[in-house]
Structures are given as structure tokens and as C-alpha cells.
Ligand binder design. Sequence first.
Ligand SMILES: Cc1cc2nc3c(=O)[nH]c(=O)nc-3n(C[C@H](O)[C@H](O)[C@H](O)COP(=O)(O)OP(=O)(O)OC[C@H]3O[C@@H](n4cnc5c(N)ncnc54)[C@H](O)[C@@H]3O)c2cc1C
Length: 449
Amino acid sequence: MTFTETSLQITGPADAGWDAARQAWNLAVDQRPAAVACANSAADVATAIAHARREGLRVAPQATGHGASALGGAQDGALLLKTDRLDAIEIDAAARRARVGAGALSGDVAVRAGADGLAALHGSSADVSVVGYTLGGGIGWLSREHGLASEHVTAIELVTADGVLRSVDANSAGIDGELFWALRGGGGGFGVVTALEFELMPLTHVFAGTLFWPGELAREVLNAYRAWAETVPETVTSTVRLLRLPDLPFVPEPLRDRPVVDVCLSFAGDPADGDALVAPLRAVAPPLIDTLATIPAPQLVRLHGDPEQPVPGLGHHAVLRELTAAGIDALVETAGHASGSPLLSVELRQLGGALARRPEGAGALGAIDGAYVLYGVGTPVTPEVGRAVDERLDAVAAALAPWSTGGAFLNMADRPDGAAARAFDAPTRERLRALKEAVDRDGLIVARG
Ligand SMILES: Cc1cc2nc3c(=O)[nH]c(=O)nc-3n(C[C@H](O)[C@H](O)[C@H](O)COP(=O)(O)OP(=O)(O)OC[C@H]3O[C@@H](n4cnc5c(N)ncnc54)[C@H](O)[C@@H]3O)c2cc1C
């Protein structure tokens, strides 16, 4: 069954191209929707919602499928509503604003904004959608200075479960005002976003890069990093990772198939101060590779080396309130070079700074209470390896549990383990629940968490 209503294209299981249509970016997720709708316009989104209602289907909006595992199969049997063709990007350089469609990718926005000497508050991946990333809050290389990406959203266009196309912003009142609040970090279950408008930062260059050392130095590096991270200005955002990269040509030869520890950072202050800033890190030991340098700001979106093609991944996260020497020991023992860990990466993403401060008029998330996000990921190349990856992710989370806030950050919550409840305090949860009840009482729109 392939038919067209307006320009909406709906593909069903018997149609050619079905497997490609239902495939998520995360190849570990075998999505089994009832049908896949590809929207070319906001009108198509409304048509898809009406179609789903007629057919008795729920609607699962999806741009790329980076977050497909978090749905926990809720997309199975639903209408998977693909927004990737809504990829328009408009930059208003004078106003320092971007307006992007629901399918626009972070890497493309970074390049377009960069052409005007501007930077978006994107994360570490070039091929996540700006909308999916921002609906979950969005933390990236400029976050400790500027806060969550969702706090820089100025307007949102969406189609709600009643099929109404709405445009909401800070001046909206009533339900529209609540939608503008909820969609800034509260997840995506309140409608299907068709476009997002947000602020851009004036930034042409940053001092940024990565220091890689042999994994055997993990304790020394992590302890030096911990001391350093406590002192750096808010213009620094950083991560520290325990890596085991594959033996593949795209991996630099010194890093292939061996335990590695790295510190990856961005400094948006005066680049001339960069070398002095990172001197305590460089002093730990001679690195295998040192890429720290002044770079054009659009290159930040590729700093972390995240995969830009679909890959299979199993991930898990926790929010830590602090990083202590004992926490470092626990991390190295469960994920370090001698641990036998099958994980590709276990990292700590630095929070704090503006991420810890809830701005006036903030959205549903507003701030993150914690010092680091712990995120581990592995590649389930076989079912056995997948089980080993999951067990190790559990073990790492358990080892670091004494330092966990018990909270969650939706964007890093790959498992459908109640993160949506743990990401917010009780009044926020209740306000989100009341809004969902008001705009989507039947639960038509699938949400993560
Ligand atoms: C390699 C990698 C790196 C990452 N790095 C970062 C990072 O640095 N910082 C960070 O904060 N996050 C990061 N993430 C998490 C990422 O931001 C989330 O997974 C995000 O949800 C991806 O958005 P997407 O639209 O590309 O994915 P999708 O799977 O398409 O969407 C995820 C969810 O967002 C919602 N959604 C998407 N589009 C719409 C829409 N139009 N309307 C309503 N709801 C919608 C839906 O609930 C959907 O299930 C990373 C993820 C990966 C895999």
C-alpha cells in the first residue's frame, strides 16, 4: 500500500522499500511500526495525524532514529512519522536567529550559521536532528557558558494531536504557553514539532581538541582532569572518556584496538589563553595524540568524533553529583584497561556553570542538577556481545551509583527505564502530565522515557 494524501507518503509492510523506511539510525533497534509516513510539510504532518486516528494508530515522530531505543518498542504497531524531509534551514544573521525544520541536522546548521560568524548550541553529533536534540534539553560544547540549547529557543511550530498547527513562543498564553514551556526540554510527547526557531551565538573560533593517552594512564588522567575541571571557567566544556576504538582504517593508527583515555574540550574564551589553560592536562604525560588548537567554530560539531552513519549501539547513563577519587577508582575498575570491558566508550560529560542555573522563564528542564553525565555505549555485534555490553553498562552504573543524583537526562537515556520520570522534579512532572492530558488525552503521540 503506497498512496499519497497531499504530499504525504505512507509505506506499509508489503511495500517496496519497507525495511529502509522503518530503519532507525540506531541499527540495534528493529522498529516494527504499522506503517511509515514521510512528511514533506506541516500540512503532511496534520494529514498523518488524521490518518493515524482513522486507522486507530498511535503516532511516533522521528527525525533520524538516534533516540529509537528510548521508545522501548512504543513505535511498534504505531504510525512512524518521519520528519527528515523537513530539513529547511534559514539563518537571520542580523537577528542572530535560526529557523529550522524538524529534519534539519546539527552539522548542517553549524555550517550554515558558521558562514555568518555564528554558532548554534549543538551537541557532539553532527547528524542528530536539532529538534529531537533540543526537545530533550540539549547539551554541547558551549553549554557551560550558555546553558541548555532548549533555553535559547524563541519559537516552536507544531501540530498537536487534534491536528491543529500551532506556533508558540514566550508571548503565548494558555495551552500554547504551556506547550512553549514543555517543549523546551520536556521531551516530545505533546505534538509533532514541524519547525524550531532559536538564538545563535556570535563565535568564529574556539580553542578545542582532544588529548589521547594510553588507557593504562586512566587513573592519573582522570584525577588530573578532576582537579582541572573544578577550576576551569564556564567558557570551558569538556568530556573525559575511556575508549576502546575498533581496528579500522578511519581510527588513527595509535588509537586502534587498544585502551585509550582522552580529554576532549572546547574553550570559547580568548584562544591565546588556550595553551596555558590546558597545561595541567598536557603535563600528566606525553599524549599519544594532541589535537588541541584554535579551530573554526563550525568544526566543534565533529570534535567528539561521533559516528555520522547509522550504527548499532546500546547505551546507558546516569547523572553524577560529583567526581571523587573513589569514583574514579570505581570507574577504572569496571571500565578501564584491565577490566575486560566490551564497551566502546564510557565518558563523563562535564556539567555545571550555566547548565546548573535555571534562567527566568525557563522551560520544563531549565537546568541539570549534577556535575557530570555518565554515559556508556557498546556495539552489539552479536547477541552475546550485546548481552555482555548490557551487563557491563549495568556494572558501570552500579559502581558509580554512590555518586548518582538518581536523576536522569532525557537525551542520554537510551533505555526505556523511566528516565522521563527521573529527569524532572514532582511539580514539573505533574505540570507535564496535566498538559499531556489537556492536549493528548488518548496518548496519540508516542513519547520517550
Ligand atoms: C552519537 C550520539 C551523540 C549524541 N550527542 C548528544 C549531545 O552531545 N548532547 C545531547 O544533548 N544529546 C546527544 N545525543 C542524544 C540526542 O540528542 C537524542 O538522542 C535526540 O533525541 C536525537 O534526536 P533525533 O531527532 O536525531 O532522534 P530521533 O530518534 O529521531 O528522535 C528522538 C525523539 O525525539 C522526539 N522527536 C524527534 N523529532 C520530533 C518532532 N518533530 N516532534 C516531536 N518529537 C520529536 C521523539 O520523542 C523521538 O523519539 C546524542 C546521541 C547520539 C546517538
